[in-house]
Design a protein around this ligand. Structure first.
Ligand code: NAD
Length: 360
């Protein structure tokens, strides 16, 4: 074995029903006293419930997916105007993303309180969008200093969104098996993340008001983000990044739909990853396990249901091909990408792609 692995400096606090106390503790630990709270209008009530005891100088609710540059500028100006010394983000990846945009230029510390399973809170990756162009980058300043995980805050996340978001976390884990910098630690974290999602997500579906499933999913979301942040974007994330930025597709649903096709494409050339994923899913093969789980969760199936047209496929292939990671387990041609995207557009059975793959 020969590898280098970097652990990111971040405190993680986990406790159902304990967000308010844990948040107050982390703000005090940072020595900060002027809190800017970021939460969308939909998360306002939840946010007020857990920030009542904090020295809040400003509440900012202009939260939008993929962080439009103009919204980032307004949030940065508000932070400066109110002389905030810490940003508390409460919500999904979009709220965390806006806090990261502020930290990127100001260096302000972030305490993140995630309410979905997107995992942005545990990565150094930031993203901004101008028109249809999404730019991402890596910067240590955007990593939240502390993360507060309270599964009670996720009880209101509707089941279909919980499923899509949970499969977004699963996609982080699967792609971390073969991402450009994937190492054995990433693979171990990812395997445990997949196991916890396999346990938790069906419980979220069968008992959305229960905490055990939500806790497993949140714990897995953290592991998935650690693994993904360290391993870097593999083929799956490169595909979804292009689709999300250029076609304005919903983030979590896009990941949920594309994942089985990338797995079916790569698995025959990545036997160790295939075995780890199958083991974590307690299934005879990785793809069989994923499809069985997706069936139980009634996961989103086809990109055509979310605004991606068949006529978009060729342009998308041209945008993805130059960014395919050179060390993907198998070489990727334009024709391969066309098959993956066509199958995902249609919601075809990924097993048919595996047999196509094997016969080629
Ligand atoms: P999101 O933050 O937009 O939330 C999706 C929807 O769920 C919103 O309508 C929101 O109001 C609602 N919601 C959130 N929490 C809720 C709760 N507890 N109860 C009820 N409703 C709730 O979507 P997301 O999938 O969490 O995040 C997607 C964004 O995050 C994208 O912009 C993506 O690029 C980014 N992201 C970044 C990274 C990174 O490492 N930088 C990683 C993952 C995702």
């Amino acid at each position: 074995m020969h590898f280098e692995h970097e652990n990111l400096p971040q405190r993680v606090c986990f406790g159902s029903g304990k967000a308010a106390a844990m948040l107050a503790g982390e703000v005090a630990r940072l020595g900060t006293s002027r809190v800017m709270v970021i939460a969308s209008p939909a998360e306002a009530a939840l946010s007020e419930k857990i920030t009542g005891d904090l020295p809040v100088v400003h509440r900012h609710d202009e939260v939008a997916m993929h962080v439009p540059v103009a919204a980032a500028e307004r949030a940065r100006a508000a932070a400066a105007r109110h002389e905030a010394d810490v940003v508390v983000s409460i919500g999904g990846g979009s709220a965390t993303g806006l806090a990261k945009a502020i930290a990127l230029t100001s260096g302000l510390p972030i305490v993140a309180v995630p309410t979905t399973y997107a995992g942005s809170e545990a990565t150094t990756v930031w993203g901004l969008t101008e028109g249809s162009r999404k730019t991402t980058g890596v910067d240590a300043r955007v990593l939240p200093r502390a993360v507060i995980y309270d599964a009670e805050l996720t009880l209101s996340l509707p089941v279909p969104m919980s499923v899509a978001s949970g499969l977004n976390a699963l996609a982080h884990c699967v792609d971390a098996m073969w991402g450009p910098r994937a190492d054995p630690i990433d693979r171990a974290l990812a395997q445990e993340g997949i196991r916890a999602l396999h346990t938790g997500l069906p419980q979220v579906v069968s008992d959305p008001a229960g905490l055990p499933g939500r806790e497993h999913a949140l714990y897995a979301a953290y592991l998935s983000a650690l693994a993904f942040s360290s391993a870097g974007s593999g083929l799956h994330h490169k595909i979804c990044h292009v689709l999300g930025g250029a076609y304005d597709l919903p983030h979590a649903q896009t990941h949920a739909i594309v994942l089985p096709y990338v797995l079916a494409f790569n698995a025959p050339s990545a036997p160790e990853a295939e075995r780890r994923i199958a083991t974590a899913l307690d299934a005879p093969s990785a793809i069989a396990g994923l499809q069985e789980l997706r069936g139980r969760l009634q996961a989103p199936k086809a990109l055509r249901d979310h605004g991606f047209g068949e006529s978009d496929i060729d342009d998308a292939v041209n945008a993805i091909l130059p960014v395919v990671p050179p060390n993907n387990p198998r070489p990727v041609t334009a024709d391969d990408l066309r098959r993956v995207l066509h199958a995902a557009w249609q919601g075809a059975d990924p097993e048919t792609m595996t047999s196509d793959t094997e016969s080629r």
